[in-house]
Design a protein around this ligand. Structure first.
Ligand code: ADP
Length: 432
């Protein structure tokens, strides 16, 4: 709020000048009196400034100097602002202390970093999980202390959308999940969580699925074999023949389910694919077309559009499995008379393998969940068509291992397009 005393101050100066003019006129020394008065006023003001300066820089916390008029108001207002500032600073300091003490007590490691990547503060868990000592390591570059190349790459990339999983530098048995967030002017906050137990449980789950599928495979093969043999026996009554047929069909479904579970387990067990094969797509697409033609009930109009010079670098059995999964879905979710197009092409940014069909399509709310294991839009339809609910999960896994992604466009009643988008680094051109 502006100070109101300036009018009084002007009046005071005016009065002084009137009095000076009065005596100046009487004594016939008007100019001298006027100049003397203005000088005296200026000297007094400078003295007030001197007092203010001394108080501001030396007398913090003391009462402001006494002064009359506008200067008095200036001193009082500054003193009030100073007290308010001190209150706000104390409140902020208390909040920071509160935050620090809550960070300090966290089970997760917390490290505050300056924009240059120097450690500003770290908690006790950062000592246990990352080996950082507070306050000894404060001011040191984090990447000089955590020297794991994977961590340095992650930290220096500046892309912190994903978390990083690494082993603790203190104890290799401890698995850490690390996240970094940027705040203020490029300061960073690093969190490291001990996820050893979760990783162990996840590994147990994977092992369990792999073992169960493996153990179930042999007995199921025996059962399926005997069922087929029994079904072929002459003289079965109609109900028995029907029962045997259904049992054979169900055991075949179980076999494909186990096969898919084993494929998924295998894909999970080895994190990255071999990229050793240079795959010519035309022969692969031809064999997929033949496969669909054999499997599909009723006629489908099948066409292939292929950029033949464009080769895909990858793991042939995996790529074949992913592409034929998409194509067999297209065959299963279309009817006689529908068309299916397989496409392979590239533009300036990516290479694309596309399976487009004019089948039943999918409601938009299901699309984001299709690649989840056992997610089905219509349970009865999938069972009827012999699906396991694992096909698209397998496709997604294979594509991830090839640094590719699955894009799905679908319109209910009009059909779907499943498109595998590969980075250009995964393709080579070999023109005939
Ligand atoms: P499933 O073995 O049941 O087909 P998938 O993982 O291959 O399992 O597919 C998941 C679900 O996605 C399917 O149950 C089906 O509802 C839907 N789906 C997949 N492909 C198509 C398609 N081409 N047209 C319509 N729906 C599809």
């Amino acid at each position: 709020m502006p100070l109101r005393g300036w009018k009084t101050e002007l009046a005071r100066l005016g009065l002084l000048l009137v009095v000076a003019a009065f005596f100046g006129l009487i004594l016939d020394l008007l100019s001298w009196f006027m100049i003397g008065t203005v000088l005296a006023y200026a000297l007094w003001s400078i003295n007030q400034l001197r007092l203010l300066n001394r108080w501001l820089f030396k007398g913090r916390g003391q009462e402001p100097p006494e002064a009359a008029g506008l200067w008095g108001q200036v001193f009082d207002t500054l003193s009030q602002m100073q007290r308010e500032n001190e209150r706000v600073t104390a409140r902020l300091r208390a909040s920071i202390e509160h935050l620090r003490s809550s960070f300090a007590s966290m089970a997760d490691a917390v490290v505050m970093l300056t924009p240059d990547g120097n450690i500003e503060w770290s908690n006790q868990a950062a000592h246990t999980l990352l080996g950082l000592r507070h306050p000894d390591d404060n001011g040191r570059l984090l990447v000089n202390l955590l020297r794991e190349p994977e961590f340095i790459r992650f930290f220096e990339s500046g892309d912190y959308r994903e978390r990083l999983s690494i082993a603790s530098p203190v104890n290799g048995q401890i698995k850490l999940s690390i996240s970094v967030s940027v705040f203020g002017q490029a300061s960073r906050l690093l969190f490291a969580r001990d996820v050893t137990r979760t990783v162990q449980l996840e590994q147990m789950r994977k092992d369990f699925v792999a073992n169960v599928s493996h153990e179930l495979r042999t007995p199921l093969t025996v059962i399926t074999g005997y069922l087929e043999m029994l079904a072929d026996q002459p003289g079965n009554t109609v109900p028995v023949a029907r029962a045997l047929d259904q049992m054979s069909e169900q055991s075949r479904r179980m076999q494909s389910l186990i096969q898919d579970l084993m494929t998924l387990s295998r894909l999970e067990a080895v994190p990255s694919a071999r990229h050793a094969d240079s795959i010519a797509l035309k022969p692969l697409m031809d064999s997929i077309r033949d496969e669909i033609q054999l499997a599909a009930v009723g006629e489908r109009k099948l066409s292939i559009e292929c950029d033949e010079g464009l080769r895909l670098q990858g793991d042939f059995p995996e790529i074949q499995s992913a592409f034929s999964n998409l194509a067999s879905n297209a065959a299963r979710y279309t009817g006689p008379g529908d068309s299916i197009t397989l496409r392979w092409y590239a533009d300036r940014d990516h290479a694309y393998f596309e399976v487009q069909d004019t089948g039943i399509g999918i409601e938009p709310q299901h699309v984001p969940r299709l690649t989840e294991r056992f997610y089905r839009v219509d349970q009865s339809r999938s069972t009827e068509t012999g699906g396991t609910g694992l096909g698209l999960a397998i496709v997604k896994h294979i594509l991830l291992r090839h640094h590719a992604e699955l894009r799905i466009r679908s319109y209910p009643g009009r059909g779907s397009t499943f498109c595998c988008v590969f980075p250009l680094s995964a393709v080579t051109r070999r023109d005939a």
